[in-house]
Write a protein that binds this ligand. Structure first.
Ligand code: HEM
Length: 488
């Protein structure tokens, strides 16, 4: 849930920009784009409530790699050029903040890593970084494999009756269990169910909530959807607060670090610039971060996995190559064993499959920023207060960057092919100082989950048509992804 939905269903809040017509060309060119404000085109087939992908596709086809439009007075720029994306995320990052839908997420995530701006973000990132360090993440490998093995064994029992499953729901279940265990430690599994229920309620209501302009002012009103959101958020906060309290008490009793992410967050200290003081996070900050990490790390990986199983079901030759790698690295028959951390570097084709799956179906399918100063991109000058969107989904399917784009070909991600590709043509985890902090975790979770499940099972897609995508906070299948499980 790291991705803002660049929707246009609700008017944006007023921005610092006052202009209603394209910016003056004296300071630079205006990007090409729509002549009128977006509602003028309301009956065009490419303007559909809740389907911004259609609009972006249209803009790319009609105007090229940079296109401009307005909505309720706010200038919006859609970008599909890797150099311009680098400018926004890296080179000129200081001139941008997160755009409005992300800022509205503060009603849920407070000042956590996703929603906060500098200087709070910079400080929180420094505190949280050790918990996501590559070596630390390595310790979670066994837990990921254990959760995946548990799922594949539960299928074992059920499949005797010819089981069909919704792999999308099953992947959510797996990913939730993984993030809950690694974040809080296995001793709190009893809480996972209640966290799961509240998270699901919140996610269902979430798109409705962030579509509200000025949601911060409405959040206390007795509007049914918002009341349900508030109740679930309060219950979730209570569970997380209790877990934080228990962790703090255990640390105070001198118990050793439990090895989970939360313990790391609680133990992390931030050194002041002059190195004279060390501060940790307040309970409220920890809670915001825990919720942020929980929600950011759950749906994204789950969708990445669900789409991978679909793509494998459609590409038996690639599935065969995957099985060959698994047999070689992890053995066969009675010699078959579960993956361990030592196997990770050898599971290269498995990783390429996950990478290629996230090209075609990137869980974070678009990102956005708002300019705080006038910005120059190539020959174009764009004023402060403009919104900028770029889409991993659109770019990943663009033949300019990926020849024969709809072909599922994990060899696009061999080290040699990766080395010759421009960086911001493939950016499933974003970039710059806001790059996904959980990236290494996500790769490990993806690779180990695919390996563990595919050791035992293959899947046949049961739908009569290719699944439709739904671009919400993450890119989900619109309908259940029904699969027939076939033992290997
Ligand atoms: C396939 C899985 C994942 C994808 C595709 C993904 C994608 C992203 C993207 C694109 C961003 C940047 C958003 C922006 O700059 O606007 C981001 C940020 C973030 N992600 Fe992930 N993510 C994934 C998994 C995870 C996991 C497993 C965790 C934690 C366990 C996590 C935690 C975060 C956090 C905390 C941020 C905010 C970082 C910051 O601003 O400093 N993500 N993610």
């Amino acid at each position: 849930m790291t991705t803002p939905p660049p929707t246009f269903e609700a008017p944006p809040e007023p921005t610092t920009s006052q202009f209603k017509t394209p910016p003056p060309s004296s300071k630079g060119l205006t990007p090409p784009g729509l002549k009128h404000s977006l509602p003028f085109y309301a009956f065009k087939p490419w303007v559909k409530l809740g389907s911004p992908i259609l609009l972006f596709e249209y803009l790319l086809k009609t105007y090229g790699n940079i296109a401009w439009y307005r909505f309720m007075g706010t200038p919006i720029v859609f970008i599909n050029d890797p150099e311009y994306i680098r400018e926004i995320l890296v080179t000129q990052a200081a001139n941008f903040v997160k755009e409005r839908t992300v800022r509205r997420m503060k009603v849920l995530l407070g000042e956590g890593l996703i929603t906060s701006d500098d200087p709070i973000h910079m400080r929180q990132r420094k505190i949280a970084a050790p918990a996501f360090h590559r070596q630390r993440i390595a310790a979670y490998g066994d837990q990921i494999v254990a959760c995946a093995a548990h799922q594949r064994d539960s299928w074992q029992k059920e499949s005797s009756s010819g089981q069909q499953i919704d792999i999308s729901a099953a992947s959510m279940k797996l990913s939730l269990e993984i993030v809950a265990r690694t974040l809080f430690n296995t001793e709190v599994t009893a809480d996972i169910r209640s966290i799961n229920d509240e998270v699901n309620t919140i996610m269902d209501l979430y798109n409705f909530i962030v579509a509200f302009p000025k949601i911060e002012s409405f959040i206390h009103l007795p509007i049914p959807g918002i009341m349900r959101f508030r109740r679930s958020k309060a219950r979730l906060d209570a569970v997380v607060d209790r877990i934080i309290h228990e962790h703090r008490e255990a640390a105070a009793r001198g118990e050793p670090d439990r090895g989970d992410l939360l313990s790391m967050l609680l133990a992390s200290k931030y050194e002041s610039d002059d190195a004279t003081q060390q501060t940790g996070m307040s309970d409220e900050q920890v809670r915001d971060e825990v919720l942020t990490i929980f929600l950011a790390g759950y749906e994204t990986v789950a969708n990445g996995l669900a789409w991978t199983w679909y793509l494998l079901s459609q590409n038996p030759d690639i599935e065969d190559k995957l099985h060959t790698e698994l047999n070689t690295v992890l053995g066969t028959g009675t010699n078959q064993r579960l993956p361990t951390l030592a196997d990770y570097p050898a599971l290269r084709y498995t990783e390429q499959i996950f990478a290629e799956s996230m090209r075609l179906y990137p869980p974070a399918w678009a990102m956005g920023r708002m300019s705080t100063k006038p910005v120059t991109l190539g020959p174009y000058t764009i004023p402060a207060g403009a919104h900028f969107f770029f889409s991993q989904y659109i770019m990943g399917r663009d033949p300019q960057y990926f020849p024969d784009p709809l072909r599922f070909d994990p060899d696009r991600f061999t080290p040699e092919n990766k080395a010759i590709r421009a960086k911001f043509t493939y950016f499933p985890f974003g970039g710059g100082s806001r790059q996904c902090i959980g990236e290494s975790f996500a790769w490990m979770e993806g690779v180990f989950s695919i390996a563990t499940l595919a050791q035992r099972w293959r899947m046949t897609y049961l739908g009569s048509a290719p699944p439709e995508v739904q671009a919400k906070i993450t890119l989900r299948p619109r309908n259940p992804l029904m699969m027939q499980l076939i033992p290997r």
